[in-house]
Write a protein that binds this ligand. Structure first.
Ligand code: NAG
Ligand code: NAG
Ligand code: NAG
Ligand code: NAG
Ligand code: NAG
Ligand code: NAG
Ligand code: NAG
Ligand code: NAG
Ligand code: NAG
Ligand code: NAG
Ligand code: NAG
Ligand code: NAG
Length: 650
């Protein structure tokens, strides 16, 4: 690990005027104030690492994780009782490969506000071997076999929440969320536990007074934290780099959490009519936030910096001031605020009375000068909250709209252009600050960038998509997956080929589990370097979960309906809709590793692949409007169901 052993982690070593109490440890100081802290720079770390291969610390962690995964996967496979498949032989060969071929599995939870956060949590719950029903249905254990867990936007919240709570069961975690139930200004000013508007602005002010840029992402991140993070003051002191110290991370029992965000670039579209707000292009670089590093594999950046020192001003990969290195920038609050930095869209949506830039926040429709047009049934971000935020940032911090609308970081990849000793491109190297927005704004709500880097060798991805994009009933029509494919393809990254949305809709791929990339020829690289992707978009099985993205103050009863719906989706109604599915899921999970071990696909798995994998057929007939009935109870209409359900009415 690159952490300096000799670093004086005492606030007596602080510079400047940061108002922390004297002489307390770094964790204590971070728990006390949102202001990052400046310390002497350590001399023994690499500040910027070129993106060649994995961070050695991550590689070591993954190797040790594979030991634990092997055990979990073996138990999972025994429960599946696959025909003609010798689990002992498989496990023996994996072990014998020095764990090299233990499959690296990933799950990603899409953007989609509280919706994706909650239904995605339901999906994870259905894969957890601590849930007896999941073991009974033989989907349990896959959660324990994941090496990576990624999120963006609303999907970043469960990723952060599971990780900071040290991976409890979903049923335990959700009790914390319900107990908090305090969103966006809902916390009264006299609250003793914090979270009111004034207390959150106090946090932001501390960061501002310490001389750091502040934006609405700081505010929103702090706000999300009161629901999703443990500990006093909405997990104020928790940092993304400190996730490495969680006991289940140290024991390699949990997947590595990873968030995705996207930077704005100089040539992005600027909208003078919307106070000069900027919106990213489709090919802007995606950045990842891991417990080890932040940075981007994108060829324009191709560099990483240690997570725990983010916020530090670096030039040509060295601290600008060796007595002023920053700790506590990577507050988990702010990381969630960065992964969900969509305020530019929320503002434009409100400024146009909701005619432009609605959820799901895509900037790719050319008919509206680059911004998508709104359709009925989509909710606005509450206008009063927007106005309050803008006014406070303007009056108290003296900032203009473009200064507050994103997530702004000191650029660790800044280059001295007259003495350029780096490979960082001009587009990134010339910037003093990096400006991040929600990655969903570049066309896909699915945080795939980190998952498909060849260095990570992920062979199977569960892509949980819930971004309310089909019109007008707010289901998912496959756009996110299709755009993920086009983004991957444009960068030459390995990913399954995905057919256009019409095929996905006509073949109901967004209503039932579907596998892509099983056939290596149906991938961007025409090779097994591409993962197999299981596409799961939230669909109505036992509950109509197409509530609006802003709805989120749910009771346990409401959560339970969502969780049972996700459970029914993952298990196909406990096998009542399809008794082969869970077995076939297991076949897909191990498929890539089989070829690496020289073991053949069994006949049973061959049949599974035929049944669940997209075979390359395109169906471009104009699709019908997505208005699905409950998959398990097709005779119950939305109105009838709503009359008895808790989700819309409690
Ligand atoms: C600060 O802590 C150090 C070590 O714990 C101690 O030696 C020193 O006296 C303390 N200083 C103050 C001002 O309390
Ligand atoms: C096994 O893999 C680990 C991690 O890649 C490596 O450090 C170790 O040297 C390997 N052991 C053998 C026997 O190849
Ligand atoms: C906060 O104020 C509300 C309304 O005035 C009151 O009902 C509540 O008891 C107060 N709570 C605390 C913790 O003082
Ligand atoms: C250029 O920058 C490097 C560090 O990146 C430094 O070592 C070197 O002295 C600089 N050269 C000049 C001419 O300033
Ligand atoms: C939005 O609605 C308000 C009130 O109805 C109106 O004053 C304003 O002109 C509208 N703005 C736009 C951009 O349509
Ligand atoms: C950038 O490099 C030039 C040339 O080596 C040097 O004169 C200048 O001081 C450097 N700028 C900074 C900010 O370090
Ligand atoms: C730095 O130099 C590299 C290699 O010549 C070049 O590719 C890159 O664009 C330069 N970056 C800047 C910021 O000038
Ligand atoms: C699918 O969703 C996208 C994104 O919201 C939307 O632009 C498109 O119109 C939808 N397509 C169909 C056929 O519903
Ligand atoms: C992939 O396509 C090539 C050329 O069309 C063909 O020779 C090969 O058999 C195909 N591979 C698979 C696995 O279908
Ligand atoms: C499947 O099992 C779960 C957990 O026991 C239960 O909540 C759900 O109602 C069952 N679904 C069906 C279709 O029976
Ligand atoms: C939810 O979906 C169902 C089925 O498409 C539809 O009938 C209902 O109107 C939708 N509800 C909302 C609030 O969009
Ligand atoms: C669902 O039913 C409740 C009353 O039980 C009603 O208040 C609510 O508007 C309904 N929701 C929708 C989306 O129709």
């Amino acid at each position: 690990m690159r952490t300096s052993k000799s670093l004086p982690l005492l606030v007596s070593a602080l510079l400047g005027s940061v108002a922390h109490s004297a002489n307390i440890s770094l964790p204590e100081a971070l728990a006390e104030s949102y202001a990052p802290i400046r310390v002497e720079c350590p001399s023994d770390i690499q500040w910027v690492r070129p993106a060649t291969g994995l961070d050695p610390a991550e590689a070591e962690w993954v190797h040790n994780r594979k030991r634990v995964v092997l055990d979990a996967l073996e138990k999972y496979l025994h429960r599946l009782e696959l025909e003609d498949f010798d689990v002992y032989e498989y496990a023996y060969r994996l072990c014998n490969s020095n764990l090299t071929h233990v499959p690296v599995l990933g799950m990603i939870v899409s953007g989609g506000g509280y919706r994706s956060g909650y239904t995605g949590t339901g999906g994870m719950r259905a894969l957890d071997d601590r849930l007896p029903e999941a073991v009974e249905q033989r989907t349990g254990g896959l959660l324990q076999s994941l090496t990576y867990l990624g999120g963006q936007s609303g999907g970043s919240w469960p990723v952060a929440s599971f990780s900071t709570h040290d991976f409890p069961t979903a049923d335990k975690l959700v009790q914390e969320w319900v107990a908090a139930n305090a969103k966006l200004g809902a916390v009264p000013e006299n609250s003793t536990t914090g979270g009111s508007l004034t207390s959150i602005f106090g946090d932001v002010a501390a960061k501002y007074e310490a001389g750091f840029p502040v934006t609405v992402s700081d505010f929103l991140g702090r706000d999300f934290s009161y629901e999703f993070l443990p500990g006093p003051n909405g997990g104020l002191g928790l940092t993304w780099s400190s996730l490495r110290n969680q006991s289940k991370f140290l024991s390699h029992e949990m997947p590595m959490p990873m968030l995705q965000t996207t930077s704005l670039e100089a040539n992005d579209v600027v909208y003078p009519q919307y106070l000069g707000l900027q919106v990213p292009n489709l090919n802007n670089p995606a950045y990842e936030i891991t417990p080890f590093e932040m940075g981007s594999w994108d060829s324009s950046v191709s560099a990483f910096t240690p997570m725990e020192w983010t916020g530090t001003s670096l030039l040509n990969g060295m601290p600008v001031n060796t007595s002023s290195c920053v700790q506590g920038w990577d507050r988990i609050s702010f990381m969630m605020g960065t992964a969900a930095a969509a305020f530019n869209f929320w503002y434009i949506e409100d400024a146009t009375n909701g005619t432009v830039a609605p959820f799901p926040k895509r900037s790719i429709d050319t008919t509206m000068q680059g911004l998508e047009k709104r359709y009925e049934g989509q909710s606005l971000f509450p206008e009063s909250e927007i106005q309050t935020l803008i006014e406070v940032y303007k009056s108290d911090f003296n900032l203009s709209m473009p200064e507050i609308a994103y997530s702004i970081w000191p650029n660790p990849f800044q280059v001295n252009t007259t003495n350029n000793t780096t490979s960082v491109s001009d587009s990134v190297g010339s910037l003093a600050e990096l400006t991040f927005v929600d990655s969903t704004e570049t066309g896909s709500s699915l945080p795939i960038a980190g998952m498909i880097q060849p260095a990570r060798n992920v062979s199977f991805i569960i892509a949980w998509d819930d971004d309310a994009d089909s019109i007008p009933y707010a289901w998912d029509n496959g756009t996110n997956l299709y755009n993920a494919y086009t983004i991957a393809n444009a960068s030459g990254l390995p990913f399954p080929i995905i057919p256009p949305v019409a095929t996905i809709m006509n073949r109901n791929y967004s209503l039932k589990p579907t596998l892509f990339g099983c056939d290596a020829n149906l991938t961007t690289t025409k090779s097994t370097a591409s993962p197999i992707v299981l596409y799961m978009t939230t669909a109505p099985y036992s509950a109509y979960t197409n509530y609006t993205w802003i709805t989120g103050n749910f009771s346990l009863t409401q959560f339970n309906e969502i969780f049972v719906n996700s459970f029914n989706q993952i298990t196909q109604g406990n096998g009542t809709l399809d008794s082969e599915w869970t077995t076939c899921l297991g076949c897909a999970v191990i498929d890539r590793s089989l070829s690496a071990l020289g073991m053949p696909r069994t006949r049973q798995c061959e049949k599974c692949m035929d049944k669940y994998c997209w075979d390359g057929t395109v169906d471009d007939v104009e699709p019908e409007i997505m208005d699905p009935p409950l998959m398990l109870y097709p005779n119950i209409s939305f109105a009838e169901w709503n009359a008895t359900s808790a989700i819309y009415s409690e």
